[in-house]
Design a protein. Structure first.
Length: 103
């Protein structure tokens, strides 16, 4: 059996997004979700800065890892919005404090 060499394919997310945003329908849909993407980015950044996995954050929150995965994904699928209490627990689990701001 011949050995296969793995060769990753380069992928530039920012370039692909810029290209996709040239399509007005895509741009409209993307802008409609911008708040959700920003919220998810904040949560994921907090977890990364804390050096924690989903399982570790979930344990600190007293929930299952699968429930935390649903919380993180809910921000982009609009099926469920986490409560402020849940977001406070997430922030605390990451050693942060929840702050809300309007601009």
């Amino acid at each position: 059996m011949a050995e296969l060499d793995y060769q990753p394919v380069p992928f530039d997310v920012e370039a692909e997004l810029a290209k996709a945003l040239e399509d007005s329908d895509f741009q409209t849909a993307y802008e409609a979700l911008q708040d959700e993407f920003a919220a998810l980015d904040v949560l994921l950044r907090a977890r990364k800065e804390a050096g924690l996995t989903q399982a570790e954050v979930a344990e600190r929150m007293g929930i299952k890892q699968s429930a935390l995965a649903r919380i993180e994904s809910s921000l982009t699928d609009k099926k469920h919005s986490p409560t402020l209490a849940t977001l406070r627990k997430y922030a605390a689990a990451c050693g942060k404090r929840l702050e809300i701001s309007l601009r």
